[in-house]
Write a protein that binds this ligand. Structure first.
Ligand code: NAD
Length: 591
């Protein structure tokens, strides 16, 4: 007969334990929460009080409901208090010795049928289980932070966990209104195994000063629609917890990309644990607060120290999706735009694409007919490079082929007026190659728009070792003027977004290839557990598997990181012509 869990114990009332206790109590279960000392309990009660008070403020709970909920949670400092529990969930710090000793003691205290669950993010459930006399009754129950909000719960079974224990725990998770996913015992499970490689990579970028913390976070929010940037998320998770998770993953995978970035250890040693200590990558107005306050690393407001160049007339070279989108963005903002194509026919059809897009905006009521006509009136088609001679800013958006781009830059160098800024929209080629094709490398910069350019706010402003400071400052100013969010980074393969995104997507393919979980579970884990707008396989099918493979190859060739090598499964899908939505088949079939 299925177990009916009615009294549950929670050990450790920290970030996670307090949230877990609240979720159980909200469902009507009796909760006994234990922390190591009175100070821990006090903090835990503070978390509970704060979180339930917020629920009342937001109208999700009334005062009586709050009192009732808190009334279901009793607290103490002795594991002996948990003797009558049907289930005990431990959420003590991420250290095997600690978890093992807590479970060994609980094993002596609780009746043999009590189920033990660990909220570990990465440690082996099998190993935790063997420290008890009942490894068959030990499971992983991995909640996500903030527990009250995120619906995913990973239920981890070891090779010896009894099937009925897994089934009963799954039923309980569903009773809590959460979404369970049952998986085997592998460091990081699904979500963290995919998330932490990405987070660690972002820390390495920060550590090497490739981009500022603000720009790294803005890049992933505006470029990928993530709810938080990686460094802000690490502050929420807690840097000590993150370090332990990475360390465990590294010891299991021996993948260098999981070796915790050294700065993490330095920050932990200095007491910078993230939000919980009031300071991590960012500074907060108090411990446990989410309000960021300025500190010495906060970028100063744009100063006049670097002069910028005047930009009124913009030339766009190319006729594809990006070129026409960019033409529309500039013309809408009031810039005069010259659209340069290789033939009159191509110029006409590119102009027609811009017209069609504007008509769509008119039909949706987002633009008046008069304004649409004015926008179109600002765009003049051209075929000769000479017609770009008086442009202040040139944006090259031709095919992603270095030889083609270099010939465009040579041609621009011959005709453009002195002081014109020459920009490339390349997403993976070195900007310096374009710069070196000209006699004016100081004027060359990367302006990586995202697709669709009319919608996506992010623009990566890429400077090479030769780019002049005023060119970067001008590029930033123009992006802001267009209503875009510029982020500044150096000239390396993938810039910020693709370099962070594609290794993660590749890791997801490797996880699928290893039969750890299927595509639906992986997609769900990343959406429901991490709040990402799309799962990795949905995204790969949208981007195109051939395009994704090309980016992964570029990253692999530039960084020579073994972990960046494209997954063979991706190569095979591309070879088989399964390129994603555009061919109707990719990781999934589309009708
Ligand atoms: P935390 O540091 O916020 O809380 C740990 C709590 O355990 C503290 O209140 C501490 O006083 C208490 N504690 C320490 N030793 C104890 C003992 N011997 N007996 C009883 N209580 C003890 O840590 P956290 O972030 O809540 O992490 C707890 C667990 O949850 C870890 O295994 C972690 O990997 C996992 N987890 C964390 C997150 C996250 O985002 N932070 C998400 C999912 C899972």
């Amino acid at each position: 007969m299925a177990r009916q869990f009615s009294t549950v114990g929670v050990v450790g009332l920290g970030t996670m334990g307090a949230g877990i206790a609240e979720v159980f109590a909200r469902t009507g279960l009796t909760v006994i929460a234990v922390d190591v000392d009175d100070e821990g309990l006090e903090r835990g009660r503070g978390h509970l009080e704060h979180s339930t008070a917020r629920a009342v403020e937001r109208g999700k709970l009334d005062a009586a409901g709050k009192a009732e909920l808190l009334g279901r949670i009793s607290t103490g400092t002795s594991l002996g208090d948990l003797a009558g529990c049907d289930l005990v969930v431990e959420a003590v710090p991420e250290r095997m010795d600690l978890k093992a000793s807590v479970l060994a003691e609980l094993d002596r205290i609780c009746p043999p049928d009590t189920v033990f669950a660990s909220n570990t993010s990465s440690l082996s459930i099998t190993e935790i289980g063997v420290h008890t006399g009942r490894p068959g009754k030990v499971v992983g129950l991995h909640f996500f932070n903030p527990t009250q909000v995120l619906k995913l719960v990973e239920v981890i079974r070891s090779v010896v966990t009894e099937p009925d224990v897994v089934a009963d725990v799954v039923a309980l998770v569903e009773r809590l209104g959460k979404t369970p996913v049952v998986i085997g015992d592998r460091a990081g499970f699904i979500a963290n195994a995919l998330l932490f490689g990405y987070l660690n990579h972002a820390v390495r970028m920060y550590e090497s000063r490739y981009a500022t913390r603000e720009d790294l976070d803005a890049a992933m929010r505006y470029g990928c629609g993530y709810p938080m940037g990686p460094l802000a998320l690490l502050d929420l998770i807690g840097l000590d917890t993150a370090y332990e998770i990475l360390d465990t993953m590294y010891h299991q995978s021996r993948n260098r990309l999981h070796a915790p970035a050294p700065v993490l250890k330095q920050m932990i040693t200095a007491g910078l644990l993230g939000r919980k200590s009031g300071r991590g990558f960012y500074t907060y107005d108090a411990p446990d607060s989410s309000t960021v306050v300025p500190d010495v690393h906060t970028p100063a407001a744009a100063s006049d120290a670097v002069p910028t160049r005047e930009v009124q007339r913009v030339g766009v070279i190319g006729t594809g999706t990006m070129a026409t989108g960019i033409v529309e963005v500039f013309a809408k903002r009031g810039y005069d735009v010259v659209l340069r194509a290789r033939t009159v026919e191509k110029a006409e059809s590119a102009l027609a694409k811009v017209r069609k897009s504007l008509e769509r905006a008119v039909s949706k009521g987002r633009l008046s007919e008069v304004d649409a006509a004015a926008v179109l009136g600002r765009v003049s088609p051209a075929v000769e490079f000479e017609e770009l001679a008086d442009c202040d800013l040139l944006v090259e958006a031709v095919a992603e082929d270095l030889a083609v781009k270099k010939s465009v830059f040579q041609a621009l160098d011959e005709v453009c007026k002195p002081g014109a800024i020459l920009a490339t929209t390349t997403s993976s080629l070195p900007v310096i190659e374009c710069a070196a094709a000209t006699g004016r490398p100081g004027d060359v910069v990367g302006l990586h728009f995202f697709n669709p350019a009319q919608v996506m706010k992010l623009v990566e402003v890429v400077d090479t070792i030769s780019t002049s400071a005023d060119v970067v400052a001008t590029a930033r100013r123009v992006c802001l003027d267009l209503g875009k969010q510029p982020v500044h980074c150096g000239d390396r393969a993938g810039f910020i977004v693709n370099a962070l995104l594609f290794p993660y997507l590749n890791d997801a393919v490797k996880m699928l290839e290893a039969h750890y979980a299927d595509a639906d579970d992986i997609d769900n884990a990343m959406k429901v557990g991490c709040g990402l707008p799309m799962g990795p396989f949905e995204l790969l099918d949208v981007v195109g598997l051939d395009v994704s493979l090309a980016i992964e190859r570029t990253l692999y060739l530039e960084f020579r990181e073994a972990g960046f090598a494209p997954a063979p499964l991706l190569e095979h899908l591309v070879t088989a012509g399964r390129l994603g939505r555009k061919t109707g088949k990719g990781f999934r079939d589309y009708s």
